[in-house]
Ligand binder design. Structure first.
Ligand code: WQD
Length: 344
């Protein structure tokens, strides 16, 4: 019998990490979840166990900024690949506290690569972001679209981590890497057992929408309706979280099966279809049969007008494609919010 391959998911108790853990387990991988719990609680990890029916998923509370703890993890477990999510992700906070972001996001990734390399399991998948494209000159963006200078320390750490991985792959024959550039991940698992758990006032659109719908927020502000877009609101490529999670399974399999075309590869993970903020709000109302309280507000500093993916490379090379209908995604986001409300 084939030995099951083991994937370490750093930051695996968070929003994206928990969905990825579910998909990996359902695809037949063993998973080790490690998280320092700095921006989540056990809700999602408990949800993962319920969804998969697995009570034995190893969970390790640890900080990848600690090189000794990281090394110990690799010494005590046979790991075949790593998916690195652990990191801070609040754009605004990163502007106020850049050193916190650089130290955390870079140190943890360096430690992970170093230990993975030392233990001969140099298959590394990094969770990057479409934020590396900045305000693109041409849409949609392909992986060849030039990166723009980052507008926040957070965005800069994404670019720098991509570069750290690229350079490590170049220098060390035992290391291979894939960077997945996520567009706007939204929604929740259809079971409503895992989803986004923003602390405080949500920065992102969909959690703000669901919290407004459930009555936790009075009114959604639509940041700007005077952009040069068809309806004046910004356009994004909203990608369902389960679809996004599945892209990781394809990427891990590609690495472990030796199917990579280059030692370092980048894939856009998006739908390829732009949706405006207003279209998303209308979609949410329609999917869930309710009316949302919103008003038009001034633009938010730092927002790009429009960005969406050309996902051709992921479709053709990775064999992955976004499949979930946007209304299903928005229904899942709402089901998750109601699930949380029920627990209050
Ligand atoms: C989407 C659109 C807002 C809130 C950010 C990060 C990015 C990535 C994902 C995170 C914009 C509008 C929002 C609200 C609104 N990584 N909006 N009212 O800014 O595209 O991307 O999240 O870890 O790096 O920058 O996503 O959801 O914040 O905003 O009108 O209350 O919704 O102006 O046009 P964004 P978002």
């Amino acid at each position: 019998m084939d030995m099951k391959k083991c994937v370490l998911v750093s930051g695996g108790a968070g929003f994206i990490g928990s969905h990825v853990t579910v998909e990996l387990i359902e695809a037949g991988y063993d998973v080790i979840v490690a998280d320092n719990m700095s921006n989540c609680d056990m809700t999602c990890f408990e949800g993962v166990k319920k969804i998969t029916g697995r009570d034995d998923i190893p969970f390790i509370k640890m900080d990848f900024c600690d090189p000794v703890a990281t090394e110990l993890l690799f010494t005590t477990h046979a790991i075949d690949a790593v998916i690195h999510f652990a990191g801070f992700k609040a754009v605004g906070e990163s502007v106020a506290e850049p050193l916190k972001y650089y130290r955390n996001n870079l140190e943890s990734f360096i430690n992970v690569i170093e230990s993975a390399k030392a233990h001969g399991c140099g298959n590394i998948l990094f969770s990057s972001s479409a934020t590396v494209y900045g305000e693109p000159e041409k849409l949609p963006v392909t992986e060849e679209t030039p990166r723009q200078p980052a507008t926040s320390p957070y965005g800069n750490t994404k670019q720098m981590c991509e570069d750290i991985l690229r350079d490590s792959v170049k220098a060390y024959p035992e290391v291979r890497g894939i960077a997945l550039r996520y567009f706007n991940p939204i929604g929740a698992h259809p079971s409503a057992l895992i989803g986004e758990l923003p602390r405080g006032v949500p920065n992102n659109l969909v959690p703000f929408i669901t919290q407004t719908a459930v009555g936790k927020r009075e009114c959604l502000s639509v940041f700007g309706d005077d952009y040069p877009t068809p309806d004046g609101t910004c356009q994004r490529d909203f990608i369902d979280i389960v679809d996004l999670a599945k892209a990781h399974v394809f990427a891990v399999r590609r690495m472990l099966d030796g199917k990579m075309k280059k030692e370092y590869e980048i894939f856009n993970v998006g739908t390829g279809k732009p949706l405006s903020v207003m279209e998303l709000i209308n979609g949410f109302e329609k999917a869930n049969g309710l009316k949302l309280n919103y008003r038009i507000a001034p633009r938010r500093a730092g927002d790009v007008t429009a960005i969406w993916a050309d996902p051709t490379l992921a479709n053709e090379d990775l064999g992955w494609k976004a499949e979930r209908d946007i209304e299903d995604t928005l229904a899942a986001a709402w089901a998750w919010e109601k699930h949380l409300a029920g627990k209050d």
